[in-house]
Design a protein around this ligand. Structure first.
Ligand SMILES: CC(C)C(=O)C(=O)O
Length: 459
């Protein structure tokens, strides 16, 4: 039945019309996912409206999904990264939660230490085996919410769990009830939602969860997990791959409010950031991310990318201290020993380094021409030029200014004798057959030598 809503002027469904389809054979969407071919993106040209929630936020899975894919962090590293997440989050708690394993003593020690910090944000939450004993442990530790795995595609239900859809729903609902009875808020991780039968399984299941939530007064979070990175953000793409379609359906058919919808994506098809932004745009308040995108296979959505995306979509950082992104990157490289690929946006060594001489000339005239934003102010990373045979005099002058912090009338122009002499040394290197770029250390040594020879000072 469709009823007129006076507020929205929409005809809205007043009754639930999506019963569980308890099929005897799995629906594997072979028309989209033929394993021997690259998955297909299909369109039905149904567009759903953009509907960004009033409040959006980021949640963190660095210590859960992030840790699943690498050697475990030490307790000290976890606590330090948690401190940095808190600092990045700002007073409004844009980095709202962070989830932790509770399996080992080491996992639990890290949780205790983070809880001792007493921060409101990010709230510490857990990830456990779905059993009564584990729910009780969550409660004992003093956590309010836990993640529970409720895989929802037939790939998982039929092939991993060897159940029917009905058996899976009954099993999941029993677990969720047990969790609620312990007094812990469940966060249901709908694994593999982008290959799941959305109207035949996901909507009827989530609708049951929402009924349970209403009856008990306990909020149930729905985490839509794009486990294999199949999600598609294009308007008019079909389910189950459509991110707008999934979020719209959860909101309008399963009746989940925005603040209880969270997107969790992977980057297998280079789509993690775009899909997370799309989830925000179409009505999910939360996007789940990990620092530097470290996670299973190609990784999760990088948390730092969504901090920047937040500022782009909202027009404000809302109190987040974006320079902490650089502190985090430095900590990963120097203390954890993780090598960030140099071209990685916002955190890679070369993300704002230009090599082409023609670009360096532009940078010297006005930095805005070739820098994405004031990376020095917002990320504590002045834009730089790397010196090679193509850098030119402007590149050398820019390198000297950036490296030695020369600004305003102290900055060298490309005709300055210091720049000319350093450039002559650079040219001599390539004339002798060098094929690699010149390092900062080499350039520093040569520049200081030239300055001394010319009896000049820098700055
Ligand atoms: C294990 C599940 C919850 C997950 O992280 C995913 O689907 O990516």
């Amino acid at each position: 039945m469709l009823e007129f809503n006076k507020k929205t002027h929409l005809l809205e469904r007043t009754e639930f019309v999506f019963p569980l389809q308890d099929v005897s054979e799995p629906n594997l969407y072979r028309n989209l996912f033929n394993y021997e071919e690259i998955p297909k993106i299909a369109f039905n040209h149904r567009h759903v409206p953009i509907n960004m929630p009033k409040e959006i936020w980021i949640t963190d899975t660095t210590f859960r999904d992030g840790q699943q894919s690498r050697q475990p962090y030490t307790t000290e590293q976890i606590v330090h990264l948690y401190d940095l997440l808190h600092k990045l989050s700002g007073p409004k708690g844009i980095i709202r939660q962070s989830e932790f394993f509770l399996y080992s003593k080491k996992d639990r020690d890290a949780v205790y230490k983070c809880l001792e910090r007493g921060y409101e944000f990010p709230e510490v939450t857990s990830w456990i085996r779905a059993s009564k004993k584990d729910f009780e442990m969550v409660k004992e530790i003093g956590l309010k919410e836990t993640g529970i795995l409720v895989s929802c595609s037939d790939y998982h239900i039929f092939y991993k769990m060897h159940m029917t859809r009905k058996q899976a729903i009954d099993h999941y609902l029993a677990i969720v009830k047990e969790c609620m009875e312990t007094g812990v808020r469940p966060r249901c991780h709908l694994e593999d939602i982008t290959r799941a039968d959305f109207y035949g399984f996901v909507v009827p299941f989530v609708y049951e969860l929402m009924k349970l939530s209403k009856e008990t007064g306990i909020p149930v979070k729905i985490r839509a997990c794009d486990t294999m990175g199949y999600g598609i953000s294009f308007p008019g793409a079909t389910l189950p791959r459509s991110v707008p379609g999934i979020i719209y359906g959860l909101l309008h058919y399963a009746r989940v409010p925005s603040e209880l919808i969270e997107w969790h994506g992977h980057n297998d098809f280079y789509r993690a950031v775009n899909n997370a932004s799309t989830a925000w745009l179409y009505g999910a308040s939360g996007v789940n991310c990990s620092l530097l995108g470290i996670g299973e296979r190609t990784g999760n959505c990088p948390l730092e990318a969504m901090v920047i995306e937040y500022a782009q979509l909202r027009g404000t950082t809302d109190g987040m201290d974006t320079t902490v992104i650089t502190e985090i990157a430095e900590y990963f490289e120097k203390e954890i020993g993780y090598k960030i690929p140099p071209m990685t946006p916002f955190v890679g060594k070369n993300f704002n380094v230009t090599r082409a001489g023609i670009h360096a000339d532009g940078l010297l005239k006005n930095e805005e021409i070739y820098n994405i934003f004031d990376t020095e102010k917002l990320l504590n990373r002045p834009c730089r030029v790397a010196i090679s045979n193509t850098s030119g005099l402007a590149g050398v002058a820019h390198w000297i200014n950036a490296y030695f912090g020369l600004r305003g009338d102290k900055a060298l122009n490309k005709k300055d004798e210091i720049a000319v002499k350093v450039k002559e040394w650079v040219d001599s290197q390539y004339d002798e057959g060098r094929v690699t770029v010149i390092t900062d250390e080499e350039l520093e040594e040569v520049t200081l030598k030239v300055v001394k020879e010319l009896n000049r000072t820098l700055g």
